[in-house]
Ligand binder design. Structure first.
Ligand code: PEP
Ligand code: MG
Length: 902
């Protein structure tokens, strides 16, 4: 940058020069102080030093050229406006120096109050305050304390101890019992502490105080806690903070002064009304420090009616202006009201919906804006039952919140026991080290699932999310001993039959029963609450905003479901078809024996017989699903997981065989099974014989499934229904694989379908990076693509989806290598690029190619926006995520259309 430009660059803005849209430059606090100033509200005069000045300081370790001069100019005009000079011995102007970044970082950075006080001006301040010596000396001791701690790193405890000593000397716990002489003495002590730690006297020059305080606020951007907070909240590290220099006003000048905070509506429920706290004769930090108890804001009406009425008027004005819930801080100095801060207030998920609905009713915002003001994460929160944690409950362990919700129940360790107790009407929590497809019945029967291993895409997590069932995975403080039917945690033993409670949102595990409340929003989606006829502001607001989102969205929303019950529920939640029906669970339970025969077949005809026996069972499975999704598309994926998952685990089998041999029993069958399990053992089963590879290796397997799908569709059509099957081939990496499957499938379909009018599409998953990169070729053989982003993420990053989240993602998150697990939210740059390439090249080769996504990302809010941008036709997600995806698909349209962004 040229020297001339540097000198001329504007680093300081008077409050009258800024506005609320300049948050990046002036920080949130500065921008809103400017906005209030321009609205003519009573804001103490001041100016803001920009984030750019902070960035320049942090880059070079020096204030940028020109900054000192600009501060001087603004200070002079501030002095002119107030008719006082900074640190004037007779009538001092005092200022506060406050941080304020673009994004709120509460309490993370520094503030120094009462800058401008010194040994002379403290006397002038007292005179100006009507001879209130106590007030003046208290202000001075606060300055030395804050300045010492913030600017010069004097240990804060030293000041606190000195204050405690002064109080002990007067046998009191209350600061207000210290009189002017006590505080004068305390100032002396504080100065000595300052000298001891800094090797210099407390600076008496007001301008030096100011410059050092500004510098300290700049530096507080890089304080350890601020860095940590930013990382957690994903706030960019290079933004810097602005610094606000504001004329001091005092809430501690007597009973006609005070300070408070307020919200323009209830940030908890969204209800209209006045919510706030007030503390008479106090400064802002006293409220935060909780030194004395505040009173409800309404009581200010009795104390100072004029200020109260003025405040209410300002609050109404701010709401109308910001068109949103505002939170504010104010001070009353001897009956004069001053606004110290406002911002759009944080709120709970329920309040977000309720307030957005109210603001539409009040004509302040339109429905597009209301849609913009809520989000899928909030809706998801509202859809889960919650613990009533008003009593003291201490968690005993914390795992990964794998599938949200709250569940209490009796601990069981096996699927069979879960089914048994559930049949007796008991709520059970299935506890396992990790789950596998064999646990499915137990998972269906359980209220919640708790595992000590596995991440957010572990079997337990994915299946539980699919069922909308609470799950905590990877709670590794829990030591599970299935044979002994117990687990230990934090030195305690929990046996089968004991009760535990798990919170799938926070990942917390509690011993004993924590009461649970059901979600009204789910009752509404289920159709059991009619928004037109109930007096429930939340349900009405959700209904209204969802209806608008549905009207806006371009993306269709389907569901991942593989049972009739799931399909039916998803349909009630608004699913417009099935995007992924996984067929693997259809090979378990009673059918296991047939599957074993299929896998072990040696003699001619054995395999065919097993497949023939499986055919009618599969047909019935599909008929049920087609019935539930009558008239809507149903994508059925041919069997995907490695076959050994359908056989017993190797170790267990080996032990059983050895024991039986020892006893001299006939173990020919078990030996054959063991040999098969050994034969099929793979070091990396996720990269082994699964998906299309399996279909090409086991003759007749895919053919049986294709026939069952086609026959089920025809039987639905004959019964007067409309089935729209889409057969999906998993794990394709080369067009030749798909062509081979397709040729066989087409023959079967045309044979079965005949003149029934049923149309069956054939497409593929895109979940192997090679498939994405050769999408142009693959599209020649596919009528649709569905992105399997679970596998695509696994293979693009080389991360084992079952292991890495629990193993080392915490470190990657800590280092900021990614802000969120790429299994949870799509990695736009890498995996997203593969999707873009495949979408573009696929559509170039086959115009109109239908594109969808069925990995877990289909229900993730941010990922839905990405899929909208890339131009997919639909997203598919677990039934409980369907409303979230509908909402986000609507929001994606509103945001792409260019509504103002947050
Ligand atoms: C995927 O890989 O994203 C997918 C949907 O398939 P699965 O999770 O069953 O491997
Ligand atoms: Mg997959």
């Amino acid at each position: 940058m040229a020297a001339q430009e540097t000198v001329d660059h504007k680093y300081v803005y008077d409050f009258s020069e800024g506005n609320k849209d300049l948050k990046g430059l002036l920080g949130g606090k500065g921008a809103n102080l400017a906005e209030m100033t321009n609205l003519g509200l009573p804001v103490p005069p001041g100016f803001t030093i920009t984030t750019e000045a902070c960035q320049a300081y942090l880059a070079t370790g020096q204030e940028p050229d020109g900054l000192a001069g600009q501060i001087e100019q603004h200070l002079e005009s501030l002095e002119r406006a107030m008719g006082k000079r900074l640190g004037d011995p007779q009538d001092p102007l005092l200022v506060s120096v406050r941080s304020g970044a673009k994004f709120s970082m509460p309490g993370m950075m520094e503030t120094v109050l009462n800058v401008g006080l010194n040994d002379q001006s403290v006397v002038g301040l007292s005179a100006q305050a009507g001879g209130n010596d106590r007030f003046a000396w208290d202000s001075y001791r606060r300055l030395i304390q804050m300045f010492g701690k913030t600017v010069c790193e004097v240990p804060g405890e030293e000041f606190e101890h000195a204050l405690d000593d002064a109080k002990s000397a007067k046998s009191t716990h209350n600061d207000l019992d210290l009189d002017a002489d006590d505080l004068r003495g305390l100032v002396d002590t504080y100065k000595k502490i300052f000298l001891k730690h800094t090797g210099r006297e407390f600076p008496q020059q007001p301008r030096e105080q100011l410059d050092l305080a500004i510098r300290a606020v700049f530096e507080s951007w890089n304080a350890e806690r601020a860095v940590l907070y930013r990382r957690q909240e994903r706030i960019p590290a290079d933004l810097g903070t602005a610094v606000n220099v504001v004329t001091m006003v005092f809430g501690n000048l007597g009973p006609d002064s005070g300070t408070g905070v307020a919200f323009t509506r209830d940030p908890g429920s969204g209800a209209q009304g006045i919510y706030g706290d007030y503390l008479a004769n106090a400064q802002g930090e006293d409220v935060v420090a909780g030194i004395r108890n505040t009173v409800p804001l309404q009581e200010l009406e009795q104390l100072d009616k004029a200020s109260y009425d003025e405040l209410l008027g300002i609050m109404a004005r701010l709401e109308e202006h910001y068109k949103d819930l505002c939170d504010i801080e104010f001070t009353i100095e001897r009956g004069k009201l001053w606004m110290l801060q406002t911002r759009v207030g944080k709120r709970t998920a329920a309040a977000a919906f309720v307030i957005a609905g109210q603001l539409v009713d009040e004509g302040l915002i339109d429905l597009d804006e209301a849609l913009h003001r809520v989000n899928g994460a909030q809706l998801a929160q509202l859809m889960f039952p919650r613990f009533q944690l008003d009593h003291e409950f201490e968690p005993v362990a914390k795992g990964i919140g794998a599938s949200p919700g709250a569940a209490s129940g009796t601990v069981v360790f096996t699927s069979a026991r879960a089914v048994e107790l559930a049949a007796e009407g008991k709520s059970v929590i299935l506890v396992r080290r990790e789950t596998n497809p064999d646990d499915l019945n137990g998972m269906i029967a359980a209220k919640g699932i708790l595992t000590s291993r596995g991440g957010k895409t572990s079997h337990a997590a994915v299946v539980a999310r699919g069922m909308g069932k609470t799950c905590v995975s990877g709670a590794d403080e829990i030591d599970v001993n299935v044979p002994a039917k117990r687990f230990t945690v934090a030195g305690q033993t929990v046996n089968e039959g004991d009760v535990v409670s798990i919170d799938g949102t926070t990942g917390k595990v509690y011993l004993g029963e924590v009461p649970v409340m059901p979600s009204e929003v789910v009752q509404y989606f289920e159709g059991s609450l009619d928004p037109e006829h109930i007096d429930n502001a939340l349900v009405r607001a959700v209904h209204r905003i969802m209806t608008h989102a549905d009207g806006k969205r371009r993306l269709a929303v389907r569901t991942n479901a593989d049972t009739g019950a799931d399909a039916a529920r998803a349909r009630r939640f608004g699913a417009e078809g099935i995007g992924l029906c996984r067929t693997e669970h259809m090979f378990l339970g009673d059918r296991r024996e047939l599957v074993e025969r299929l896998i072990l077949a040696r003699a001619p005809g054995e395999r065919e017989a097993a497949l023939e026996a499986l055919l009618p069972l599969q047909r019935a499975d599909f008929e049920e699903i087609f019935r539930e999704m009558d008239g809507l598309p149903v994508t059925v994926r041919l069997i995907d997981p490695p076959l050994h998952e359908f056989l017993p685990p190797l170790e267990q089998l080996a032990v059983n065989v050895a024991v039986a041999q020892e006893r001299g029993e006939d173990v020919a069958k078990e030996e054959a099974l063991l040999a098969a399990v050994r034969r099929m053992h793979e070091e990396n089963p996720m990269l082994g014989l699964r998906g299309v590879r399996l279909g090409l290796v086991i003759p007749g397997l895919f053919a049986m499934q294709v026939r069952a799908i086609a026959e089920a569709a025809v039987s639905c059509a004959r019964a007067g229904g409309v089935a729209k099957p889409e057969i999906m081939v998993p794990l394709v990496g080369a067009v030749q694989e798909l062509e081979t499957v397709r040729a066989e499938a087409e023959k079967i379909i045309s044979e079965v379908v005949g003149d029934s009018g049923v149309e069956v599409l054939i497409g593929t998953m895109i979940e192997v990076p090679r498939a994405a990169l050769t999408a142009g070729q693959i599209a020649e053989a596919a009528e649709f693509f569905s992105f399997g982003t679970n596998d695509l993420t696994q293979m693009a990053w080389g991360f084992s989806r079952d292991d890495v989240e629990g193993a080392f993602f915490w470190r990657y998150l800590e280092l900021g290598i990614f802000g969120i697990s790429p299994f949870e939210s799509i990695d736009r740059d890498g995996v997203g690029r593969l999707i873009r390439i495949a979408a573009e090249e696929g559509r170039a080769a086959r115009p109109g190619l239908k594109l969808g996504v069925c990995g877990e990302h289909g229900g993730d809010p941010d990922s839905v926006h990405f899929f909208h941008e890339v131009g997919l036709d639909y997203v598919s997600c677990s039934p409980f995520r369907v409303p979230v995806a509908r909402l986000e698909a609507g929001r994606a349209v509103v945001e792409t259309d260019g509504s103002d962004s947050r």
